[in-house]
Ligand binder design. Sequence first.
Ligand SMILES: Cc1cc2nc3c(=O)[nH]c(=O)nc-3n(C[C@H](O)[C@H](O)[C@H](O)COP(=O)(O)OP(=O)(O)OC[C@H]3O[C@@H](n4cnc5c(N)ncnc54)[C@H](O)[C@@H]3O)c2cc1C
Length: 321
Amino acid sequence: MPKSDLDRQIHLNIEENVPLAPFTSFRVGGPARFLIGVRTLRELQEALRFAERMKLPFCILGGGSNLLVSDAGFPGVVIRLLMNRVTRSGGMVQVQAGFDLTALVHRTVGWGLSGLESLAGIPGTVGGAVRGNAGAYGGAMADVLATVSALDAGTLQPLTLRRDQCAFAYRDSRFKREPGLIVVGALLALTPGDRGEIGSKVAETLAKREAKQLSCDRSAGSFFMNPMVDDAVLIRRFEEDQGVRCRECRIPAGWLIDQAGLRSLKVGGAAVSHRHANYLVNTGAATAAEVVELARLVKKEVQVKLGVVLKEEVSPVGLVI
Ligand SMILES: Cc1cc2nc3c(=O)[nH]c(=O)nc-3n(C[C@H](O)[C@H](O)[C@H](O)COP(=O)(O)OP(=O)(O)OC[C@H]3O[C@@H](n4cnc5c(N)ncnc54)[C@H](O)[C@@H]3O)c2cc1C
């Protein structure tokens, strides 16, 4: 732990009954009983002690770009990770969990370091991206991770995990399965390269996202994960329709939702985006209950019409989906 953290007297800024919707890209959901923004490991430990003393559950908030918060909110302590230091030594980049992922991509372009280009434009923090192994265009966060620094919420002990100890898989990790392990930082192993070339790749990624309108707001991005499909007829139909080979037998959930005829389906203020069928969007004043009902309908229809079971990528807070 840095000495400056030890020396500092811990004074938490604890806010009560704070609406969570503004902290999420969906702009949906009720209040947190308590909200605490933490800037150091010690503050995080103190926030966890506070939750323990109050006998309340806790939940970690990063950039809020993959969350669906219940209309009733969260009856516990929401801890917002704000630690955002980044340092570089050669190709190794040490970054804290609260650092914005896209800002990190741009920072590494400036340093002439390659490895994060395909992640440009993914909203949220480094911590959220590690936990969900965020990715796009064939790349994912885990590809560049050397180690992950975490805090065990049970013992309050920090630990460092090698990449092979983190059980990374498609949009999955040990941190997702063990919510008591909080990601506080990451050491990335990047490759020195030509700044201009790296910058061009980042620009290409951003242009591809822009063309697909992947930045539309009031959503949590892809609501469902791309499922593994073993139906050879469906795979062939997808490949012929899209003119691409199916990667690892995963078919984009958006294509399946589209094929099921659900583009623009609505429940109250929640709708399947007409631009990207795997984006469920809040058209204005959607409630979480409406989003959940829309997701349920989408899953049911895709299963009935195409025989595929969709699984949520989005993280629920204060509700079960
Ligand atoms: C327009 C749009 C486009 C998107 N495009 C993509 C894409 O191309 N690829 C992709 O993979 N995702 C995409 N997403 C989803 C989202 O950006 C990612 O899942 C992102 O990594 C979430 O990070 P976050 O900091 O916002 O996490 P949050 O939404 O704050 O949290 C998500 C979950 O992670 C947990 N969490 C957050 N930080 C930590 C931490 N430090 N330690 C432990 N748990 C933590 C939270 O408790 C919660 O369960 C998109 C979202 C939007 C809105």
